[in-house]
Design a protein around this ligand. Structure first.
Ligand SMILES: Nc1ncnc2c1ncn2[C@@H]1O[C@H](COP(=O)(O)OP(=O)(O)OP(=O)(O)O)[C@@H](O)[C@H]1O
Ligand SMILES: [Mg+2]
Length: 256
């Protein structure tokens, strides 16, 4: 984990109710700047709820959230927080190109007249290039595949030059090559001192991606290194899953 000592995400005693369900109970979690933290947990374990609460989109019943050392509203206003939801939220009929979607990441930088500068255009093009979609930049977003759209949304985060990325299941529907590029990009960002909090069900990706893993099940079950958290026992108990590289000590088949 990073030795910078700065917390990019600081959650204390977070409790969130969704309807009559207590989706998160008294969760405290610190994500150091310059790291990638993965949220792992079964369906309904509160991963999306946590990310939505971090964005101020769900009102907590209790607890406190700080992003980049500031209260949520101030952090979001700064433009330094980028996010991609579990559903890509793209309206297929909306007549915008991939490049225009990426350009939305430049909003925090645009001046009063909202005209993109050459620096804005260069940042958008660099983002598309980095995710391998330069050739499709003029294509309408609705005419891209699901995995390509996910890469466009990552390019938008890159164009935004955000310090904190909150990503809900970004690898859904992605092929292995795209996923590899995506992981490489997140590792590069971490090396630059930026931070990502990423939910996923892709156990095979966690080792390459994560500095730390937070295991959720309506509460924080564990938070530690990949080795500490993705033990066969833990995964079998929490996810009913086998470890991707089965070990002789695996207790596979233990259901929840
Ligand atoms: N819109 C909603 N209204 C009421 N309850 C909800 C709503 N969305 C989620 N929940 C409930 O909140 C709890 C946490 O759900 P959440 O979506 O955070 O889980 P998750 O870990 O993201 O799951 P998944 O892996 O399926 O995306 C679940 O019990 C779920 O049924
Ligand atoms: Mg979810």
């Amino acid at each position: 984990m990073s030795g910078t000592g700065t917390a990019a995400v600081e959650v204390t005693g977070l409790t969130v109710d969704r309807g009559s369900v207590r989706a998160l109970d008294d969760l405290s979690l610190t994500v150091p700047a310059g790291t990638v933290t993965v949220l792992l947990g079964p369906n309904g374990s509160g991963k999306s709820t946590l990310l939505l609460a971090l964005l101020g989109l769900l009102r907590p019943a209790a607890g406190r959230v700080r992003l980049l050392g500031r209260p949520v509203r101030a952090a979001l206003k700064s433009g330094r927080v980028a996010t991609v939801g579990q559903s890509d939220g793209i309206d297929e009929g909306f007549p915008v190109t991939a490049r225009e979607v990426v350009m939305q990441g430049r909003r925090p930088f645009l001046g009063a007249w909202r005209h993109p500068s050459s620096a804005d255009r260069a940042a958008a093009d660099a983002g598309l290039e980095r995710v391998g979609l330069a050739d499709l930049s003029r294509r309408r977003i609705g005419e891209l595949s699901g995995g390509q759209r996910r890469r466009v949304l990552l390019a938008r985060c890159l164009a935004q030059e955000a310090d904190l990325l909150l990503l809900d299941e970004p690898f859904n529907g992605m092929d292995a090559g795209s996923e590899e590029v995506y992981v490489d990009v997140l590792r590069e960002l971490a090396a630059q001192g930026r931070t990502a909090l990423v939910s996923t069900h892709h156990l095979g990706t966690v080792e390459r991606l994560a500095d730390s893993v937070a295991l959720l099940d309506g509460r924080l079950v564990a938070h530690g290194t990949v080795a500490e958290t993705t033990t066969p026992e833990m995964l079998a108990t929490l996810l009913g899953a086998r470890h991707p590289t089965p070990s002789p000590t695996a207790t596979a088949g233990v259901g929840r």
